[in-house]
Design a protein. Structure first.
Length: 256
């Protein structure tokens, strides 16, 4: 089975505590850091557009997935050329799983009434590696500061609603190798944990391929050992980000 994988810099945060203790030499600090926590994020599977009308002004939101500042700038410029006759083409983009790079532009609207609320929608919904342009065709009625913020925010949500969004989870690929006597046990175990089987290869032995979230890996490996009495062999890949699909999404794709 052909599988598309995405390689990203891990989005992570350190969780730790600082303990203070008194010693003969004074008060010291002992910093204890726990394991890194790798955070999921969302990305656009493909671009899309949505539109709202507010007091005769048209607001058209166009979004696209991007991987670099250059790609974001090129996308924004292409939308400006498409809607060259519009009063405003405001923009925002977010790059990096932890939103390391963010940019926004009001393109002539009052400061903070367009680009910033657009950026806040991307950040608030957890969407990363995406660029957006909201085009405004002025309808002759001034909206005021609050009205502009609401209009650009609503337009962004309309645009996002038109885009397929996927959740990216940090985890590993497990290749489980077992004999035919153990296949049923492994299928049951994975089913109980709602872990889909990405691929199954049947030869003299059976190989099952699945993706598991980073925080679930150790617990699952322990259960595999217990369930198969150590008979199953497991190959663990290096960690990577993968598309998470809910059970309902998978069933919808399988049904056509």
């Amino acid at each position: 089975m052909f599988t598309i994988r995405y390689t990203f810099i891990p989005a992570c945060a350190k969780i730790g505590r600082v303990f203070r203790s008194k010693t003969k030499g004074g008060t010291g600090e002992i910093r204890m850091e726990k394991e890194l926590v790798f955070l999921p994020y969302k990305m656009l599977q493909k671009g899309g557009s949505g539109e709202i009308t507010e007091k005769k002004s048209r607001f058209i939101a166009t979004l696209a997935p991007v991987e670099s500042e250059e790609e974001a700038a090129a996308f924004i410029e292409s939308v400006k050329k498409k809607y060259w006759d519009a009063r405003h083409n405001c923009s925002a983009f977010v790059l990096g799983e932890r939103a390391q790079i963010t940019r926004c532009s009001d393109d002539g609207e009052p400061a903070g009434t367009a680009g910033k609320p657009m950026l806040e929608v991307l950040l608030g919904t957890g969407v990363r590696n995406a660029a957006a342009v909201v085009t405004r065709y002025f309808g002759g009625v001034l909206l005021g500061t609050g009205g502009l913020v609401r209009a650009y925010t609503q337009a962004m949500h309309a645009g996002l609603d038109a885009c397929p969004v996927v959740t990216m989870c940090y985890g590993t690929e497990l290749r489980l190798v077992t004999d035919y006597n153990g296949i049923g046990k492994l299928q049951y175990l994975l089913g109980q944990r709602s872990i889909p089987i990405e691929e199954a290869v049947y030869t003299q032995e059976v190989t099952l391929v699945c993706w598991v979230a980073h925080e679930e890996k150790d617990g699952l490996l322990k259960e595999i050992t217990e369930t198969t009495a150590g008979a199953a062999r497991v190959r663990v890949s290096d960690p990577f980000y993968y598309k998470y699909k809910s059970e309902s999404t998978r069933k919808k794709e399988e049904s056509g």
